[in-house]
Ligand binder design. Structure first.
Ligand SMILES: NC(=O)c1ccc[n+]([C@@H]2O[C@H](COP(=O)([O-])OP(=O)(O)OC[C@H]3O[C@@H](n4cnc5c(N)ncnc54)[C@H](OP(=O)(O)O)[C@@H]3O)[C@@H](O)[C@H]2O)c1
Length: 340
C-alpha cells in the first residue's frame, strides 16, 4: 500500500457545504519512520463538528487547511508497524482523516476494545460520541432519580446515549427528534419515556405535554428553535450541558440584533459556565459565615465602602429614579428619621 485515496478540503463553504467544497485525490503515503504505523482505514466516522473544521472562523480547534485532508476519526487495520505497541492485523482507532490509508505515529493510535461489540462502535456508542454523552451528563447534567432529562438529536449517537443513561439513574427521558421514524425508534427501541417531533407544527405544545413537571436537565445538541421551545420548560436549578449547536453550524454571518447564536457558540467553544443565582439560595446556610468573616474586616477598615445617604422619605422616589440612571454614588440609603 503506497498510494491511497483521500478527500481534501477544496474550498470553504458559505452556509451548507456542497460537493464542490471537497476533492477526491490519490496521494503517495509518506515513508514510515521509527514509531510509525501504516494502517488501512476500515471505517470513517462522520460527525457534525467537521462542519466547524471546514470554516476558518475562530474556534476551539484549528481549521482544515485548503488542500488538507478532511479531519476525522477512523477504525483501521494495522498493515505494518514500526511501533512496539502494534502489530499487523491489530484493529486501531485514530485520527487519520478522510482517507483509505495512512502512515501515522503509533503514539496517537489506540487499540479498539469493544468488549465484543462490533468494531464500528469504537467511533460511536463506545467512542467519542458515547463518551460525550456520558461525560456531559456525569460532570454537568448530573441527573437525579425522578428528574426529567431532555435531549434533542435523540436518535443520534450522543442523544441516544444521553436518554438511556438518564433512564439508568431513574430519571425520565424525553427525546426530541426529527420525524416519525426517528421518534418511533427513540421511544420503542431506545426506551425513552416520551419523544416529540421537532418538525411538527405543535412541537412546543407537545414538549410541554411530555414534560409536565418541567425539564431538569437539557442536554443541548442543536440550538435554534428547539432551544426556544425548551427554555420556558427549564425548572429552577436546571442544568444545561451545552454540547453542540448543529442547527447553527451552517449559519450565515452573526446577526447584529439576535445575540443568542453567538452567545451559545461562545458558551460551547470556550466551555463557559453560566449559572444564575438568587442570594436566598445560599443565605440560610452561609450568611452567618459571611458575617463572621467579613464583619471584622469592615470594622477594621480593611474592607472599604461608600454610602450615598439621602435625607427625608419624601425624597425617596427621586433618589430611586436617579439610582436607576446612575445618579447615586455608593449604597443609596434614605435617612428617614432626621434624628437617626
Ligand atoms: N461537545 C463535544 O465534545 C461534542 C462531541 C460530540 C458531538 N457533539 C455535538 O453533539 C451534537 C449531536 O452529535 P451527534 O454526533 O449525536 O449527531 P447526530 O445526531 O448523528 O446528527 C445530528 C442530528 O442533529 C439533528 N439536527 C440537525 N439539524 C437540526 C436543526 N436545525 N434543528 C434540530 N435538530 C437538528 C438531526 O437529528 P433530528 O432529525 O432528530 O433532528 C441530525 O440527525 C452535535 O451538535 C455535535 O456537534 C459535541
Amino acid at each position: 500500500m503506497t498510494t491511497i485515496k483521500r478527500i481534501v478540503l477544496e474550498s470553504r463553504p458559505l452556509g451548507e457545504p456542497s460537493p464542490e467544497n471537497f476533492r477526491l485525490e490519490d496521494t503517495e503515503l509518506r515513508e514510515a519512520a521509527e514509531g510509525d504505523v501504516t494502517v488501512r482505514v476500515l471505517y470513517l466516522s462522520l460527525d457534525p463538528y467537521m462542519r466547524g473544521r471546514m470554516s476558518d472562523a475562530k474556534s476551539y480547534a484549528a481549521p482544515v487547511a485548503i488542500g488538507g485532508t478532511m479531519e476525522g476519526e477512523t477504525v483501521c487495520e494495522v498493515v505494518r508497524s514500526r511501533h512496539t505497541g502494534f502489530g499487523p492485523g491489530d484493529i486501531v482507532r485514530g485520527r487519520t482523516g478522510w482517507c483509505t490509508g495512512a502512515v501515522i505515529s503509533g503514539d496517537v493510535l489506540r487499540k479498539v476494545e469493544t468488549h465484543g461489540a462490533p468494531i464500528t462502535t469504537a467511533v460511536g456508542v463506545l467512542g467519542m460520541p458515547g463518551f460525550t454523552a456520558w461525560s456531559g451528563l456525569k460532570f454537568i447534567g448530573k441527573p437525579k432519580e425522578g428528574e426529567t432529562v431532555a435531549v434533542a438529536a435523540a436518535s443520534g449517537p450522543v442523544g441516544s446515549m444521553v436518554g438511556q443513561l438518564a433512564k439508568l439513574v431513574g430519571a425520565r427521558a424525553v427525546g426530541i427528534a426529527g420525524g416519525p421514524d426517528k421518534c418511533a425508534f427513540v421511544k420503542d427501541e431506545l426506551g425513552f419515556d416520551a419523544v416529540v417531533n421537532h418538525r411538527s407544527a405543535d412541537f412546543a405544545n407537545n414538549l410541554e405535554v411530555v414534560s409536565p413537571k418541567g425539564i431538569d436537565v437539557y442536554f443541548e445538541n442543536v440550538g435554534g428553535y428547539v432551544w426556544d421551545a425548551v427554555l420556558p420548560r427549564l425548572n429552577q436549578f436546571a442544568r444545561v450541558p451545552v454540547c453542540g449547536l448543529v442547527a447553527q453550524y451552517n449559519g450565515a454571518a452573526p446577526s447584529e440584533t439576535d445575540h443568542l447564536p453567538t452567545t451559545m457558540s461562545a458558551i460551547l467553544r470556550r466551555s463557559l459556565l453560566i449559572r444564575g443565582f438568587i442570594q436566598t439560595e445560599y443565605a440560610g446556610e452561609h450568611f452567618d459565615t459571611f458575617l463572621a468573616e467579613i464583619g471584622p474586616r469592615v470594622a477594621a477598615g480593611e474592607i472599604k465602602y461608600r454610602e450615598d445617604i439621602v435625607d427625608g422619605l419624601e425624597n425617596a422616589p427621586e433618589a430611586f429614579i436617579g439610582m436607576l440612571k446612575g445618579r447615586n454614588f455608593g449604597k443609596l440609603i434614605v435617612k428617614v428619621d432626621a434624628n437617626a
